[in-house]
Ligand binder design. Structure first.
Ligand code: F6P
Length: 381
């Protein structure tokens, strides 16, 4: 019998976090189960920072469906298996704090922990499951790159924001006969770039999965000029790179060991500059950034998040732990966290979100690739 469950949101925020939280809480309430928010992701497990969540009139989880962000916070630097500790003298050490976190879970009496997060979060969830914690993951990320599921919550909202940006860039680009470049997020996967390019009618989409040849991109723009279309719209994924080239990196973050500290960014400006020089058209870059993560979720994400949240609670009621809720062939399902982790098996060693981890990227036989090519979107190859 479940009595008390905890919810944590971890990693970069997305629109839909609160919708998942609300769905878990509502389903739990229907079964007389108490829900707690674990504040600031895995950090809250260590600091025993728990707050009661209810959908009562004055409850924390009331009225949160359309709210952006996460009412229980999130963390991008909390790998408890390799936790960064800053000593009083400023020196830094890394320690495995997972046993302390497990003790806190036992002391507080949590029967199950729900982990809302991406690849890194679910890697840690798998590690906790291996150590006996009842854990259920829910796949979050605007990047849509979590293995084993067809879609993550937060992704659709990010694509919608990028699509709206492209619509707006279209009109100003057409007016001034310019090349308008939009750099979008997505880390090492091109989902946001490719789907927003199709939704927003872009002429070119550069994605990490297909290293580009800038000459072919310039040629596409020239061919448009020849038929009287003297402007072009280009979507560039932050992880796109030229053939034989490397990633464009903004800086290295300091989120601790075992997480991806590479902060991508800057490729949009590079591409805009090159295309301006090669085509003689003025080019402008817009970096969309955190607009893709903030604000209210789309209807699609509200429904998806609610489905994921209710499924997660159902699994807990069935006593099915160590799994991730997924969408498979368009339907709700679940899969072992072991499968999500893939070859990245070692406990605590690499938290995830790295180039070595089991990310779901676009494959060349994906319908999106074929669709883009059929309508003449140039993919830089
Ligand atoms: O993984 C989500 C994401 O928004 C990526 O698309 C982006 O590369 C990264 O997080 C940005 O991370 P941060 O919030 O640390 O700047």
């Amino acid at each position: 019998m479940l009595k008390k469950v905890g919810i944590l949101a971890n990693g970069g925020d997305v629109s839909g976090f609160n919708a998942v939280i609300r769905a878990i809480v509502k389903t739990a309430e229907n079964h007389g189960i108490e829900c707690y928010g674990i504040v600031d992701g895995y950090n809250g497990l260590l600091k025993k920072n728990f707050e009661i969540l209810t959908t009562a009139a004055n409850g924390e989880a009331n009225g949160i469906l359309p709210k952006g962000g996460s009412i229980i916070g999130s963390s991008t630097n909390a790998n408890l298996f390799n936790y960064k500790i800053v000593n009083e003298d400023g020196s830094v050490q890394y320690r495995d704090m997972s046993d302390q976190a497990i003790q806190n879970i036992k002391d507080f009496g949590f029967d199950c922990i729900f982990t809302l997060g991406g690849d890194g979060t679910q890697k840690s969830a798998r590690d906790f499951a291996t150590k006996g914690v009842n854990i259920i993951g829910v796949p979050k990320t605007i990047d849509n790159d979590v293995a084993c599921t067809e879609i993550t919550f937060g992704y659709n909202t990010a694509v919608s924001v990028a699509m709206e940006a492209l619509d707006r860039l279209h009109t100003t680009g057409a007016t001034h006969h310019r090349i308008m470049v939009l750099e979008v997020m997505g880390r090492y996967a091109g989902w946001i770039a490719l789907e927003s390019a199709i939704a927003g009618g872009a002429d070119i989409a550069l994605i990490p999965e297909i290293p580009y040849d800038i000459k072919l991109v310039a040629e596409k723009i020239e061919s448009r000029k020849r038929i009287g279309k003297n402007f072009s719209v280009v979507v560039v994924a932050e992880g796109a790179m030229p053939k034989g080239g490397t990633l464009t990196v903004m800086n290295q973050r300091d989120n601790g060991n075992g997480v991806d500290n590479t902060k991508l960014g800057g490729i949009g400006q590079v591409v805009a500059q090159q295309l301006q020089e090669m085509t003689g058209l003025e080019a402008r870059n817009t970096t969309l950034g955190y607009m893709q993560r903030g604000g209210t979720p789309t209807a699609f994400d509200r429904v998806l998040s609610t489905k994921y949240g209710t499924k997660a609670m159902e699994l807990a009621l069935e006593g099915k732990f160590g799994v991730l809720t997924i969408i498979k062939n368009g339907k709700l399902d679940c899969i072992s966290l072991e499968d999500v982790v893939g070859n990245n098996k070692q406990i605590g060693a690499v938290s995830g979100n790295t180039q070595e981890s089991n990310l779901r990227k676009i494959t060349m036989d994906d319908d999106l690739i074929k669709t883009a090519r059929n309508i003449g979107i140039n993919l830089g190859d």
